[in-house]
Write a protein that binds this ligand. Structure first.
Ligand SMILES: *Cc1c(COP(=O)(O)O)cnc(C)c1O
Length: 414
């Protein structure tokens, strides 16, 4: 009797579960938030989808789209990860702000590389890649209705993250006539009153431009007069060909008005490892730390220990890598120039930024490259309206592929 009863109950319960599910699937309507509803797909996700469709058709695609190094991570860093991954202490939750040993190593690196004195504990926190820190920064400084100044063309995360935080991005055009540096004097007074932060990025993605000393000094003076925090994205300071780029924190007064985001991704070919750091103004760094404690639980400690190895011996393979990117950039620039395309001479980064042939619009040129030549390049407009008329190519493939790309472009009829 008891058995029968429990069978009956179980059966009844299952029936109800099934009934419940049917009911739910019938009425449930997943409504996306306004903040993502009208957002276009992340640029590179969209390009990836088109590329996959071509690959599925058997096309030999040359992908010069996303800036993701093809050169592997140096073996000394991989070995450090292996060793650190064997330590059970590293299998537990990491500290939120990053290991003190990693933060101190970042401070030491700043001293060695830029002659900037920082304290790991006060001025540095670890990030799960610099994209994570850049994306969370507006949450720390922007109230609804506040403005963030963003470069255009620029890394798309600056403006999207500002909007996620309820703020409004205000475009600073980067024009070739101005060396792709924004003209701070033309930003209207009423905009400045509402502005809390300004994003800058040099060496620049996508244009590959370097900032001048004069510009950085002016930006610091401008920020301090208008009470604006400078968020400098310095992902490419180690990818330079001749002239060595400076850190924004090298300039007098920078630490009073700003922070600098850095990444191990581009310097050490560690895009997949997800490790970066933000350094500079103590209070601003702490603000980002406070956001992070509520959102993530830090970077895998074994990855941080590998990051220590990366930074400690940072000069080891750097020159070899720089030489490779330099040679490739020259090869692609000269190739494009030889077919009449106007190229902005790169001094660093692994991007070649050039004017579209015959004034064709960026989206049309990108589509033609993809569909008629099997080449992925990023339309300038993917970085904002001021990217119109330009295209970005990443030199993250070998010389042979770059030569092949030029040959294919030569045959295009535009
Ligand atoms: C690649 C890149 C980043 C992101 O780097 P991660 O550390 O891998 O997140 C940030 N800013 C710019 C301008 C980049 O090009």
């Amino acid at each position: 009797m008891r058995n029968l009863n429990s069978f009956y109950l179980k059966d009844k319960y299952q029936f109800e579960v099934i009934f419940f599910c049917v009911k739910v699937t019938a009425i449930m309507n997943i409504e996306w938030s306004d903040r993502i509803k009208n957002l276009p797909p992340y640029l590179f996700a969209e390009i990836d989808a088109k590329k996959d469709a071509l690959l599925a058709k058997g096309v030999d695609v040359i992908d010069l789209g996303v800036g993701d190094p093809d050169i592997p991570t140096p073996i000394r860093i991989i070995n450090a990860l292996h060793q650190s991954s064997l330590n059970p202490d590293n299998h537990r939750y990491p500290s939120y702000a990053g290991m003190m040993s990693f933060r101190d190593e970042v401070a030491t690196w700043y001293k060695k590389r830029f002659d900037v004195s920082l304290e790991g504990k006060k001025n540095v926190i670890a990030l799960i890649g610099s994209k994570e820190g850049v994306a969370h920064a507006p949450l720390a400084f922007i109230n609804p209705g506040d403005i963030a100044l963003v470069p255009d063309p620029g890394y798309p995360v600056y403006s999207v993250a500002t909007e996620f935080a309820g703020g409004t991005p205000y475009t600073m055009p980067l024009l070739e006539s101005n060396g792709f540096m924004p003209d701070l004097d033309i930003i209207p007074e009423d905009v400045l009153k509402k502005t809390k932060i300004m994003f800058l990025n040099y060496p620049n993605n996508p244009t590959s431009a370097f900032a001048t000393d004069e510009f950085f000094k002016k930006a610091i003076d401008f920020a301090s007069r208008n009470n604006i925090l400078i968020c400098h994205d310095a992902a490419y300071t180690e990818v330079y060909f001749d002239e060595k780029p400076k850190s924004f924190l090298e300039y007098d007064g920078a630490i009073d008005v700003g922070i600098e985001f850095h990444s191990l991704s581009k310097t050490f070919s560690m895009t997949g490892w997800r490790l970066g750091h933000v350094a500079g103004n103590e209070s601003a760094v702490a603000a980002i730390g406070k956001i992070k404690t509520n959102i993530d639980s830090g970077a895998f400690q074994a990855v941080q220990e590998a990051g220590i190895e990366a930074l400690r011996n940072y000069r080891d393979e750097l020159q070899d890598r720089i030489n490779i990117y330099k040679k490739r950039s020259q090869l692609l620039s000269l190739g494009l120039q030889s077919i009449g395309i106007e190229v902005y001479e790169p001094k660093g980064t692994f991007y070649v930024w050039f004017k579209n042939p015959n004034g064709i619009l960026s989206k049309d040129f990108a589509n033609s490259l993809l569909e008629d030549a099997g080449i992925v390049m990023t339309p300038g407009t993917g970085f904002g309206e001021y990217g119109e008329g330009y295209t970005r190519a990443s030199v993250t493939l070998n010389d042979k592929r770059l030569e092949e790309a030029v040959e294919r472009i030569k045959k295009l009829t535009i």
